[in-house]
Design a protein around this ligand. Sequence first.
Ligand SMILES: O=P(O)(O)OC[C@H]1O[C@@H](O)[C@H](O)[C@@H](O)[C@@H]1O
Length: 346
Amino acid sequence: MALLCKPGCGPATTTLSKEFMPRLSLGFKQQKFALAANPPRGFRNARLSVKAEASSNTSVVTQGISGNFAIAGINVDAGEGGLPRIKLHNKQKSECEIYLHGAVVTSWKSKGKELLHVRPDAVFDGVKPISGGIPHCFPQFGPGAIQQHGFARNVSWEVIGTSNEDDTPRVTLRLIDNEYTRGIWDYRFVVKYSVWLQGEELCTELNVKNVDEKPFSFTTALHTYFKADIGAVKVTGLNGLKCFDKDPVTKEPVEASEDRDEVTFTEFVDRVYKDAPSRLVLRNGLGDTLALENEGWNDAVLWNPFLTMKIFYRDFVCVENAKLDPVALQPRESWTAKLTISPTAE
Ligand SMILES: O=P(O)(O)OC[C@H]1O[C@@H](O)[C@H](O)[C@@H](O)[C@@H]1O
């Protein structure tokens, strides 16, 4: 019996590709769980629910996972709300979790310490985006013609490959246009997103391909939520850059320039930096120094809502890698960007 997030009539379609087709079932407490998509009416995304099914042989189910998909260093399970989740771990004591819903990395631990933040108001209903971790903004960062931050974070992606060479567990997910996405943005595309752990580093690569017959352009970002003590956070690497400060009331961007070596968060911050360097350093105020190194993510966004989200603004900071000048792709062209986040010594 295969674990199937069954193809539905909308963006909920969450199938595991042929590479993993056989027996993607999960063994839990002598029961077999099948992840099934129950698409609501229309083309809203589906809620993925866990249904318990009688199983006479849990070990066969477990073998099915390890033989096909859950290779060494990679597990699959049902996470919050029963949503399919992939977990990577390596011998360096790095771990991360990725939900197929939105292809969002919700957890990254280095030596047991969590470095990403999932908001306490995050919902795991397979309909709304998961607020926290590393959500995708695609095909629009926003604001713009379609919904703020686009649709990639509200739909389920599919797994198309896993590997683990030299203790580097890696998963690749894919999002292909469907009726729902074309209803919002009428283009045919393939987005591939790989996540892997290399030593203590969390690495990602995003690839967008135009498989349409007409050109398209898009903007995108990795909207990373880091755990933080907001009163003590410092971001370096931005001094001298042109930036746009979004006014908390009018939401209008105001042009400014950064003149600080260390950006701190003593008030509402929603700031876009154009042409940011390939390396930024975040001191999260909790004792960790993280280097964010990228190829292809030209811009950066800093966001903390401060008192506009009174209850939980203190515990996170968003340091986002973005591509805000539209990327124009002709048919068959593609674009790639990489991000590596490393816990680093001072
Ligand atoms: O969609 P989320 O996760 O609530 O984030 C919203 C914020 O995301 C940031 O990227 C934007 O710069 C902000 O303007 C916006 O308010």
